[in-house]
Write a protein of this length. Structure first.
Length: 545
């Protein structure tokens, strides 16, 4: 950044919070613009979500060749994925490789959690304070903290008195061993679905406490051979462009059309193909109306139920595992690795802790007590209970914008913001994957966010601008569009089953559509257009004006 625009009151041009996928990409982009940048990371190394979520079975639900960064051809050429869906250790190694390849660590301070951000309007500078007491003043702050940062730990009575080992999946300690133990798993979201089959391989018993069953489609993971890897590297630009043109940012083919246009037999053949291909291909490449049409959704949902009944030998268990009463996609659907098959083991038991079943009453020193008075004896209690998503991470930081207004106040009724990037009243604070940005394949989305922010900061530099702020009107208008886009689909019906992208999984959190469901591709176009038109919806001010 040129001296002309750099204010003497600031130590830095940019502070980035978080050193996961987005923080690393942002730091690299900021260096290209010549910005003096520091990254603060709460973890002990790079990785973000992939640093913390070390539970057994953790891996990507998207395929590795598009769950990665594409901004550098060298990165693509020099890194080879070993599996179709990368395991957590491999993703972590990848991000370490990214950090080393671009010598990023020298600008990152680890074990350093940002606790407050205070804006000085006169100087147009943020004071950033960390839990070690360090303070820096920076012109811009970019939050790269991800959507799923703050663990949700239910307040079960007696939890503190549990005499066994309590393990929270997103804070999994190295070396925790489930072999030979009686393991209880609370939660059957994407995380629980990954933990259960792996735990079942070695534990003495696994008791799965399920409140809401999910629609789990098998991943069909496999090793990638040299020919696969060479092919993916050769096609990487084509893959990236295809992902950017897709509504969920995945390099997928369109579906076959509308469900009702096909006979029952033809539908079944298409579902079978989708099931055999695996993962999100089932949702996005079978029919195009699954997320918007009730009958189409129910048809796909019933196919999944038929598969559960086919796989799970005990009919009662199969029935309990069948999701009912909410649409497929109303909760983010997990991708399974022999999940339903795990319930055919004698050592795995499913306990229905929904209101219709036997809800969890308390944790006792010896295990977990359900409403029928039964005490499930446990050596290890695993909480796969999700996150205070989207806003939880920012809520932990004391953010004070113009006139001392806090972000907690601003977001009391639900998060606001323009394009997910900026909140009115909080100038020069920009977010990657902020509220109102797409919920889709994250690396593709965050890379577009990083490019956009990088271009905005270049524009600021060129034009001698000191302060960048989303206008109230633009934020309100985008909020309406986010709401309407979601309500054009069946997805808001997930509220009845505690869906996190609606804030419904945290007691007392206001209902709010926290993510853009109008298509990642549409969002990218809107962002490009805003940049091309000189940033309408943003107030760009120079103190020299
Ligand atoms: P999720 O998808 O929010 O799942 C959390 C699970 O924990 C879910 O099954 C919850 O049941 C269950 N849960 C939460 N609180 C309780 C209590 N108090 N009692 C019983 N069960 C409870 O989190 P994940 O970590 O699995 O996945 C998060 C995202 O990571 C995922 O969507 C992907 O984007 C990657 P519920 O459904 O609320 O009845």
């Amino acid at each position: 950044m040129t001296e002309r625009t750099r204010l003497s009151a600031a130590d830095l041009d940019l502070v980035v919070i978080g050193a996961g996928f987005s923080g690393l990409a942002m730091l690299h982009r900021a260096r290209r613009s010549g910005l003096t940048t520091r990254v603060f990371e709460a973890g002990g190394d790079v990785g973000g979500a992939w640093y913390w979520n070390r539970y057994p079975g953790a891996r990507t639900d998207s395929e590795s060749h598009y769950y990665c960064l594409s901004f550098s051809k060298e990165l693509v050429d020099e890194w080879s994925w070993s599996e179709r869906y990368a395991s957590q250790p491999e993703v972590r190694r990848y991000l370490e490789f990214v950090a080393d390849r671009f010598d990023l660590r020298r600008d990152i301070t680890f074990d350093s959690r940002v606790t407050s951000l205070v804006y000085d309007e006169q100087a147009a500078v943020w004071t950033v304070t960390t839990d070690s007491g360090e303070q820096v003043r920076s012109r811009f702050v970019v939050t790269a903290i991800g959507l799923l940062t703050k663990p949700n730990v239910p307040d079960f009575p007696g939890l503190a008195d549990f005499a066994g080992e309590l393990l929270i999946t997103s804070r999994w300690p190295d070396g925790a061993d489930l072999a030979g133990k009686r393991v209880g798993v609370v939660g059957t979201g994407s995380t629980g679905v990954q933990v259960v089959p792996i735990a079942a391989e070695t534990a003495r018993s696994v008791t799965v406490f399920q409140r809401t069953p999910n629609y789990v489609v098998p991943a069909h993971n496999r090793a990638l051979d040299a020919a696969d890897v060479a092919d993916l590297k050769r096609r990487y630009l084509e893959i990236r462009d295809k992902a950017r043109a897709h509504s969920f940012a995945m390099p997928f083919e369109p579906g076959h059309g509308l469900t009702a246009d096909f006979t029952a037999e033809e539908r079944n053949r298409i579902y079978e193909e989708g099931w055999a291909t695996g993962g999100f291909h089932f949702l996005f490449e079978t029919f195009d109306d699954i997320t918007v049409d009730e009958e189409a959704n129910e048809s796909a949902a019933e196919f999944i139920r038929s598969k559960i009944r086919e796989i799970v030998e005990d009919p009662e268990t199969a029935e309990l595992l069948c999701p009912k009463g909410y649409p497929y996609g109303g909760k983010r659907p997990p991708v399974g690795h022999h999940y339903y098959e795990a319930f055919n083991r004698d050592t795995v038991e499913l306990v229905d802790v929904s209101r219709r079943g036997t809800p969890i009453e308390s944790v006792t020193p010896a295990g977990l007590r359900t409403a029928d008075g039964r005490e499930h004896a446990l050596d290890v209690l695993v909480l796969a209970t999700g996150f205070d998503a989207i806003t939880g991470g920012m809520d932990e930081i004391d953010v004070r914008g113009r006139n001392g207004r806090t972000l907690r106040e601003e977001w009391a009724a639900g998060p606001t913001g323009f394009l997910g990037f900026g909140v009115h009243g909080f100038p020069n604070l920009l977010a990657i994957s902020g509220p109102g940005s797409p919920f889709a394949n994250i690396p593709v989305c965050l890379e577009k966010n990083v490019e956009w922010i990088g271009d905005l900061l270049d524009h600021v530099d060129r034009e001698g601008i000191d302060s960048v702020e989303a206008t109230e009107e633009a934020a309100a208008d985008w909020g309406r569009r986010v709401h309407d886009a979601a309500f054009a689909t069946l997805l808001p019906r997930g509220e009845s089953v505690n869906t996190w992208f609606l804030g419904a999984n945290i007691e007392g959190k206001p209902f709010s559509v926290g993510v853009w469901f109008g298509g990642a591709n549409v969002y990218f176009d809107v962002c490009d257009e805003v940049a091309a038109q000189g940033y309408p919806g943003w107030e760009l001010t120079s103190r020299r004006d």
